[in-house]
Ligand binder design. Structure first.
Ligand code: ZN
Length: 400
């Protein structure tokens, strides 16, 4: 059973755009791609006039925080961290699951077909795995001090198992270099490499994180003490978050979210390790960050960065279209093609998924956007929502 998709403009990402192009789909994958006279097929989806491209990929989100929308403080990061901890302990699982549903819907509406989602509850992992999105469930783990490592690892393995049983692709998410003891971080990295699964972490997100890691000082010290982390003897390691992770040999191809607070040495280390920066412009805007990820430098150096929404707890929107526009506002000089790669092929490669480009053999994960004149990508940057969304050959949305 073949399905033909006719496009006004086909934007494959990894090859030049094709005006009046078409895709032939078979078994949920792309069987052929071309322009001009299309082949015969059993069914036709007519998207002529629309921009047709691979579905967008959100490389960093926390769907379990969607229900926190509208309740979280803006601006002050430490105030926000306290509110996030309170949300996690006070919110019922049912409420979180309703939030997950809402978040998934929002992602799909914006033409997002795949996501790397950070989970810390089995019920959330199962809910995300069963959603129409193509997902990687990044199991989050925190161990504030070495004595807590073993318990954290047991809990992590159990959650990995339940995520796998729910049918999800899995990954690991050591929360950050300030909340995961160095040896444990290194152990998690080795495990991810042996298992061939992706690994992500929040890195150099705030000045408070850098001060705590370097000197053992600042508001994180107070918070850690309050959380029973026994940091009394910790006076900092004199390093930046990036250098601490490099010392654990855990930087290579790490999906490093945020990277706001990096210096020249950090940038060089990230480039040498071929790390995968994940820019979260909506989150940077939420906190009014003066310094944000040097995305332009990373792209110029040949890295393949991704974009992520982070969660609705620190972003007004989970639309990847809004995220693309926010990235463009921060970096108007980066060619839009590079930003589009960040939300498609780079995301797919980082998450280990066979999508993110319109190529023969890839999953038919497709999004279309209404025409608006101008160049092909203008339609994408102008779109409020997707006119058509397909995941693995299954139509999820069609208002074209
Ligand atoms: Zn995050």
């Amino acid at each position: 059973m073949d399905t033909l998709v006719r496009a006004g403009m086909l934007y494959p990402v990894t090859s030049p755009p094709i005006e009046n192009g078409w895709l032939l789909l078979r078994g949920g994958r792309i069987a052929r791609i071309g322009g001009g006279e299309p082949p015969r097929a059993d069914g036709v989806i007519d998207l002529s006039g629309h921009l047709v491209m691979p579905g967008l990929i959100n490389a960093h989100c926390h769907l379990q925080f969607t229900a926190a929308r509208g309740t979280m403080p803006r601006g002050d990061f430490m105030e926000w961290v306290a509110a996030a901890i309170a949300y996690s302990s006070k919110t019922s699982v049912d409420e979180m699951l309703r939030g997950v549903e809402e978040g998934v819907e929002e992602l799909l509406t914006s033409g997002t077909t795949a996501a790397g989602d950070i989970v810390s509850l089995p019920a959330v992992a199962a809910k995300v795995a069963r959603s129409p999105l193509r997902t990687v469930l990044f199991v989050e783990t925190i161990a504030l001090h070495a004595a807590g490592e073993e318990a954290a690892w047991r809990q992590c393995l159990a959650l990995l198992e339940s995520a796998k049983n729910a049918g999800g692709r899995i990954g690991l998410a050591p929360h950050g270099p300030h909340t995961v003891a160095p040896q444990y971080f290194s152990h998690l990295f080795q495990y991810a490499r042996e298992e061939g699964i992706p690994i992500t972490s929040h890195v150099a997100e705030s000045p408070e994180e850098n001060i705590f890691i370097a000197k053992g000082e600042g508001p994180f010290r107070a918070l850690m003490n309050e959380r029973g982390a026994l940091v009394d003897s910790f006076n900092g390691c004199g390093k930046s978050p990036v250098m601490l992770i490099r010392e654990q040999r855990a930087l290579e191809r790490l999906l490093a979210a945020h990277l706001n607070e990096v210096d020249e040495k950090d940038i060089a280390a990230l480039i040498a390790a071929k790390a995968i920066p994940v820019f979260c412009p909506g989150s940077s805007r939420w906190f009014g960050r003066k310094k944000v990820m040097p995305l332009d430098r990373f792209i110029a150096a040949g890295l393949a960065p991704c974009l992520g929404t982070d969660s609705a707890a620190s972003n007004d929107s989970l639309s990847m279209l809004d995220e693309l526009r926010a990235a463009r506002e921060y970096y108007p000089t980066i060619p839009v093609e590079r930003l589009v790669e960040a939300v498609t092929i780079n995301g797919a490669r980082a998450l280990g998924l066979e999508c993110g480009a319109l190529e023969t053999g890839m999953w038919a994960d497709i999004a279309a956007f209404p025409p608006c004149g101008g160049s092909p990508l203008d339609a994408l940057f102008a779109a409020k929502e997707a006119s058509f969304v397909m995941v693995g050959g299954k139509v999820i949305r069609n208002i074209a």
